[in-house]
Design a protein around this ligand. Structure first.
Ligand code: FES
Length: 236
């Protein structure tokens, strides 16, 4: 199947985060300056696994962790939910939605299969998954599309951290290169910024989302000040 340049199609119009197919993004011929997609990429793009097609029918409350990330490279977004078998510390379900392109759809589809197959992947192993692991299962992506495979991988780590927070396993939270605001819950300035972008506009909502300051109450004021700074920055 081929798409004309500039064309955008929606797989579903029911999703809050519809999926777009960017033109020239799939099924192109091999050769200089052309992009080639593996059979696996095409298959997962046209038949994505574990995709949330209708968010209105999707019960988020049944999931143990959620991660939302945006791509600095293209501005696209990914949202991913996990259910965890707490007794065995394995991921037993993984669902996702994206605004991303065909490569992001295929990458996240295969990622969702990888973490749930064979009884579910151990959480510690899932935390170590790299885009290269996803690319290996997909049979590769064109170089300019490799950044798309990072979206699902980052959203998965955020969902796992969210699960750790909700289940009060704060010591297991893995932070990535930002300033830690709350050492007990390992909340960073980046977490607070993202919570503001997701709608936290007062300290109650911020604490509901992040559990910031629930152990050391003195952190609350610092978190609130930072939240207000981000509200000012984004909403004036
Ligand atoms: Fe944005 Fe692929 S171009 S996710």
């Amino acid at each position: 199947m081929k798409f004309k340049a500039g064309e955008v199609q929606y797989i579903t119009n029911k999703s809050l985060m519809p999926i777009k197919i960017v033109k020239n993004d799939t099924d192109v011929s091999a050769g200089k300056n052309k992009w080639v997609y593996s059979q696996s990429v095409k298959s997962h793009f046209f038949h994505p696994e574990n995709l949330v097609e209708d968010i209105k029918k999707f019960d988020e409350s049944k999931y143990d962790g959620v991660g939302v990330v945006g791509s600095p490279a293209c501005g696209d977004m990914m949202k991913l939910w996990i259910k965890v078998d707490q007794k065995n510390d394995r991921i037993k379900d993984c669902k996702w939605q994206t605004f991303g392109c065909a490569s992001a759809i295929a990458s996240t589809s295969i990622l969702s299969v990888m973490v749930t197959e064979k009884g579910g992947m151990k959480i510690d192993k899932a935390l170590k998954l790299k885009p290269q692991d996803i690319l290996a299962r997909l049979g590769g992506l064109p170089p300019r599309k490799v950044h798309c495979s990072v979206l699902g991988d980052k959203a998965l780590r955020k969902a796992i951290n969210d699960y750790f927070r909700r289940s009060k396993q704060f010591k297991r939270i893995v932070t990535e290169g930002t300033t830690v605001i709350d050492p007990d819950t390992k909340i960073t300035d980046k977490d607070i910024e993202e919570a503001v972008l997701e709608g936290a506009d007062n300290i109650e909502k911020l604490q509901q989302k992040l559990k910031v300051g629930i152990v050391d109450k003195s952190v609350k004021a610092k978190a609130e000040a930072l939240m207000k700074k981000f509200i000012e920055k984004y909403y004036g």
